[in-house]
Ligand binder design. Structure first.
Ligand SMILES: [Zn+2]
Length: 64
């Protein structure tokens, strides 16, 4: 199954039987993507790698 890389729009092959939460790496831009939906196959940034990463890390350390 293939889906578009959300970073560069390259078609990324997630294998014949991808699983939710599985990680795939775009062969063109090497973005690490997570399988978030299977029908149709959809890729997104892993949950701990959003653009608001700074806020996330600050919150993370506050809870230590
Ligand atoms: Zn890409």
């Amino acid at each position: 199954m293939k889906a578009n890389c959300i970073s560069c729009q390259e078609m990324v092959d997630a294998g014949n039987n991808p699983a939710l939460g599985e990680f795939v790496i775009c062969p063109k831009c090497t973005a690490h993507l997570e399988v978030i939906w299977l029908d149709p196959l959809e890729l997104d940034w892993p949950a701990d790698n959003y653009d608001y990463e700074d806020d996330y890390e600050r919150n993370y350390y506050d809870y230590q």
